[in-house]
Write a protein that binds this ligand. Structure first.
Ligand code: 5GP
Length: 369
């Protein structure tokens, strides 16, 4: 019989972090945003656990480079060739940019080719071991994904391997036999149609709690992927004990995201010199990796047995990425001071989460300039 779980599953908009008196932190400057990650399969990396999504629009060279410069983590999308990545790696080396936190994404379509791509990076560009690998599948529950993971681990025993996506704790232990980081989140992404098209998905807050608990019990790590609307949501994910947070949409309107700025003109109701005043707005295109747009671009069209689980969006242009990265660092540091956490690592130890009905005051939202 179909089982219905009556417990309420919570999302970021259902909770807030309760400020409280704690250890005295006089300034956000005193907060340590770096964390040392000791991974299950032996490697150590240091940084602020924020990733750009491994999507074509934001998992590009320009965004990845900025994240690495700011001490965060980065993923490159799976459609880059070994030579394209190799040239990027070489250009970063010339600038003395640390690449320890760079993840190369591979897909499942032809795992032998993907492994060869990683080996080419090793032999042609001295990308030793291929240090960090992200194995990407919209649905990691399939046997093909599990087999690919085992195979990649066998080929690259010394790499940090991140896999996903999944949306339940039950699969975590199995994945951590080979993987270091599990990417959690199905249906939460801003360019995602999975919940609409399949009815499947799990709200992020409950999912993070469930997966972090299981993964941490065996020294595994998790990455909360999708659904970040504001920097506050990143803070919430970290407080809930997610080790990493991956985001796409919040980076997609920036100069550094793929694609040109699109200009649109709108006629307003305001009249000047007998004519309607024209307002100009700027946008960028953001599309899901399972969208028809992405399938046309990278796979020569949509397979006829599939439905599109991603969409194409025209989202407001937001200017330089640097400002958003500064907001992220500032927001996390400020969150730490509100709850007395001396470092990012301490957020989950210090946080008390409250369930709320009304997260934000939106009364003047439409007047925002
Ligand atoms: P966002 O930060 O925009 O809310 O979510 C980004 C995440 O959405 C990605 O990291 C990925 O997990 C997910 N995603 C990207 N493209 C698609 C898609 O086409 N369909 C679905 N279901 N999820 C997607």
């Amino acid at each position: 019989m179909t089982q219905v779980l009556h417990e309420t599953y919570l999302d970021y908009s259902d909770i807030l972090i309760r400020p409280k008196m704690g250890i005295n932190l006089n300034s956000r400057k005193d907060v340590n945003l770096q964390r040392v990650f000791k991974f299950k399969h032996g490697q150590t990396r240091t940084g602020l656990g924020i990733f750009n999504a491994n999507m074509a629009t934001v998992g590009n060279f320009a965004i990845s480079k900025q994240l690495l410069i700011k001490g965060m983590f980065a993923t490159l999308h799976k459609h880059y060739t070994a030579d394209e990545i190799g040239q990027f790696i070489n250009s970063c080396r010339q600038e003395n940019l640390q690449l320890d936190n760079l993840f190369i994404t591979i897909g499942l379509k032809n795992i032998d080719n993907e492994i060869q791509k990683l080996k080419d990076l090793e032999s042609k560009y001295q990308w030793v071991a291929p240090r960090n690998i992200c194995i990407d599948a919209p649905n990691f529950y399939i046997q093909k994904a599990l087999d690919a993971l085992a195979c990649v681990r066998k080929e690259f025993p010394d790499s940090v391997i991140m896999v996903g996506n999944i949306a339940s704790g039950d699969i975590c232990l199995k994945l951590l036999d080979y993987a270091d980081i599990i990417k959690c989140g199905i249906g939460s992404g801003s360019a995602c149609l999975t919940r609409k098209q399949t009815g499947c998905g799990v709200p992020m807050v409950s999912l993070i709690l469930e997966c972090a608990d299981i993964a941490h019990s065996v020294n595994g790590h998790i990455c909360a992927d999708g659904g970040i609307v504001d920097v506050g949501d990143i803070c919430k994910a970290l407080c809930l004990n997610s080790d990493f947070v991956m985001a796409g949409g919040i980076f997609a309107g920036t100069d550094e995201a793929e694609g040109d700025i699109i200009e649109k003109h709108y006629e307003t109701s305001e009249i000047q010199d007998g004519k309607h005043v024209i307002q100009t707005k700027h946008y960028k295109i953001y599309y899901g990796m399972s969208s028809e747009y992405a399938n046309n671009k990278f796979a020569g069209g949509m397979d006829n047995y599939k439905t599109s689980e991603g969409r194409e969006l025209l989202i407001p242009y937001t200017g330089p990425l640097d400002k958003i990265l500064q907001d992220i660092r500032g927001g996390i540091a400020s969150c730490c001071t509100y709850i007395g956490a001396v470092s990012v690592k301490h957020l989950s130890k210090c946080a008390t989460i409250i369930q709320v009905h009304n997260q934000l005051n939106k009364v003047f939202e439409k007047y925002s300039v």
